[in-house]
Every structure is written in structure tokens, then in C-alpha cells.
Design a protein around this ligand. Structure first.
Ligand SMILES: Nc1ncnc2c1ncn2[C@@H]1O[C@H](COP(=O)(O)OP(=O)(O)O)[C@@H](O)[C@H]1O
Ligand SMILES: [Mg+2]
Length: 300
């Protein structure tokens, strides 16, 4: 079995200031099916296990499935809030793993279409809600639409998930290139993307894949990503998804859990220190401990 990545390929990574009250990690990747949602959900579970107050946001607004991976049954989604049917707070689901989730609609073509007005609304809402959290994790939709690029520009860290598959690598490069142009065009301070290689056979393959992508970026773009970490192709990950149970709660000695923890370790220096997280926890509003819609005063 391959070891988890060595520390020289891990790092805190260059970061732009997050536009939200809490740091925003934007998990994106260009291609669908590369593991963005799997990674976001499990990072959230592991960060919550370590005492951070975590908000997971499903930015796949028209075809969300983050809630499914965590076996949640949301009664309301961001679409309800956007259409004025409830306050955004009422869409927040408290997952049993100790984290909060803002679920998206599933099968809503209108919500899937990029929309600058809706984007501004969503970021306004997150700016407000984010104050109650230590970190916000954004699960991006696939593609390189303006919603994906603009959200990256609002994030303190941008993780691009790819796999050794040539099509996934091509799309990851396309996304990084689009982010570069977006940053240039809006004169924006966009965080330099970092890579997460998923579905790798071992650490050597993950590093090889990252090197290939980094070299092309160095050659053609203003900035090149570095490897934040990797995840193995693992039966434990696939089975966990099938049973709607995060693999982060799996066996401590499994390679996927070790790799996930290394990824979280790469994030931690960027987050508020655990002591602040613990202080914050005591101020956290009371809420149900199981998977239910968190009740908030002022519901419409
Ligand atoms: N490391 C992994 N090992 C095995 N299966 C994985 C792994 N990562 C993701 N998968 C599977 O790949 C599929 C797509 O993952 P998902 O996270 O939904 O991708 P995305 O959000 O990028 O579309 C899911 O069925 C998931 O269980
Ligand atoms: Mg997804």
C-alpha cells in the first residue's frame, strides 16, 4: 500500500482574502465525476470532527447532490430561499456529523443557468451566514461558467480536483487557464489554484499527474498550481457513497482516511486556530443534533 503524500508536496498554498466573513475553500475541477462532491463532504466531516464550525454549500444550484452523500433529507433548498419562499437560514440542514449544509435544488434548469444577480444574492447571504462558521466549503458545479469562475475569485483557497484520466486533466488545465484569464480581466486577486489528484493508484501517480499539469501551466500561464494532496481510488470511498456514509468516518488505518487527513492538515494553518474554534463553539447557537432543518427565528 502506498504511503500518504510527503510534506514537500503539501503546503498552505498562496491565498487571496476570502470575501466572506469565514474563509471560503472553493472545490472545483472542470469535469464532472472527478470527486468534487465526495472531497467537499468528507473534508467537512473531518473538519467538524476536529472542532471547526463548518458550512458546506452546494453550489451546483440546479443539480445538487451534496445532501445525498450525507444522507440528508432537506425540506428546502437554496432555490426556495432565492425565490423568497423562506429565509436562507431555514435551508440550512444540521448533519449528524456536526456540520451544517446548504443544499441546492435537484433538477432545476433555471437555477443551473449562470446568473449574476443570483450570484450576488448568494454571496450576500453567505457573507451574513458565514459569520457563524470557522470555514465555508463550496462544492462547485462542473464547467467553467461565470458562476464557477466568479466564486473562485471570492475564495481564499481554490482546490482543483482532477484524476489521472486525460480528459479530466485537460478539463482541469482548461479551468486553470480560464481562472487565469478571469483574474487578468477583472484585475482580481484570485487565489492560485492548488491540485487535488483523486482516483490515483498511489502517491507516485498523483505526483506524476500533478507535475504534468504544473509543467503545462508554467509554460503557458502566469501561475502554476501545486499539489495540495491526493486521494486513492478506493473501494471504501465508493462503498461509502453507495451507503450515503462519509468515508471520513471509516477505518483510521485506511489509505483514503490517511490521505484525507493530510489534506485537512494542509488546510488547517489557514483556518482560525483550534482554540478560537473552541471558543466560537461555545457561542454557537443551539440546534438539533440530527439531520433536520435547523430552526432559525424569523422564518417567513
Ligand atoms: N477516491 C475515490 N474512489 C472511488 N470512487 C470515487 C472516489 N472519488 C469519487 N468516487 C466516486 O466517483 C463518483 C463521482 O464522484 P463525485 O464526488 O460525485 O464527483 P463530482 O462531484 O466531481 O461530479 C461517485 O460515485 C463517487 O463515489
Ligand atoms: Mg458534484
Amino acid at each position: 500500500m502506498s504511503p500518504a503524500p510527503t510534506s514537500d508536496v503539501l503546503g498552505s498554498g498562496p491565498a487571496a482574502p476570502s470575501l466572506l466573513a469565514a474563509p471560503l475553500l472553493w472545490v472545483t475541477g472542470g469535469k464532472g465525476g472527478v470527486g468534487k462532491t465526495t472531497l467537499t463532504a468528507n473534508l467537512g466531516v473531518e473538519l467538524a470532527r476536529r472542532g471547526y464550525r463548518v458550512l458546506l454549500v452546494d453550489f451546483d444550484l440546479g443539480l445538487g447532490n451534496l445532501d445525498v452523500l450525507l444522507r440528508l433529507r432537506p425540506e428546502r433548498t437554496l432555490e426556495d430561499a432565492y425565490r423568497g419562499r423562506c429565509r436562507t437560514e431555514r435551508c440550512v440542514v444540521r448533519a449528524p456529523h456536526g456540520l451544517d449544509v446548504l443544499p441546492a435544488a435537484s433538477g432545476s434548469p433555471e437555477m443551473a443557468a449562470a446568473d449574476p444577480v443570483r450570484r450576488a444574492w448568494l454571496f450576500g447571504e453567505l457573507e451574513r451566514l458565514g459569520a457563524a462558521y470557522d470555514v465555508v466549503l463550496g462544492d462547485s458545479a462542473a464547467g467553467i461558467g461565470p458562476d464557477v469562475l466568479a466564486s473562485a475569485a471570492a475564495a481564499g483557497r481554490v482546490w482543483v480536483v482532477t484524476t489521472p484520466d486525460p480528459a479530466a486533466l485537460t478539463d482541469a488545465y482548461g479551468l486553470i487557464k480560464a481562472l487565469d484569464s478571469w483574474a487578468g480581466a477583472c484585475g482580481g486577486d484570485v487565489a492560485t489554484p492548488e491540485l487535488v489528484v483523486n482516483l490515483a493508484g498511489d502517491v507516485e501517480e498523483a505526483e506524476r499527474v500533478a507535475r504534468r499539469l504544473t509543467r503545462v501551466c508554467e509554460r503557458f500561464l502566469a501561475r502554476a498550481p501545486r499539489l495540495a494532496g491526493w486521494l486513492p481510488r478506493a473501494r471504501g470511498v465508493a462503498d461509502a457513497a453507495r451507503f450515503q456514509r462519509p468515508f471520513a468516518l471509516g477505518r483510521d488505518e485506511s489509505l483514503e482516511v490517511a490521505c484525507l487527513r493530510r489534506l485537512v492538515a494542509a488546510l488547517e494553518p489557514w483556518l482560525p486556530p483550534p482554540a478560537a474554534a473552541a471558543r466560537g463553539r461555545s457561542q454557537r447557537r443551539a440546534g438539533p443534533k440530527t439531520a433536520t432543518q435547523a430552526p432559525v427565528a424569523g422564518d417567513r
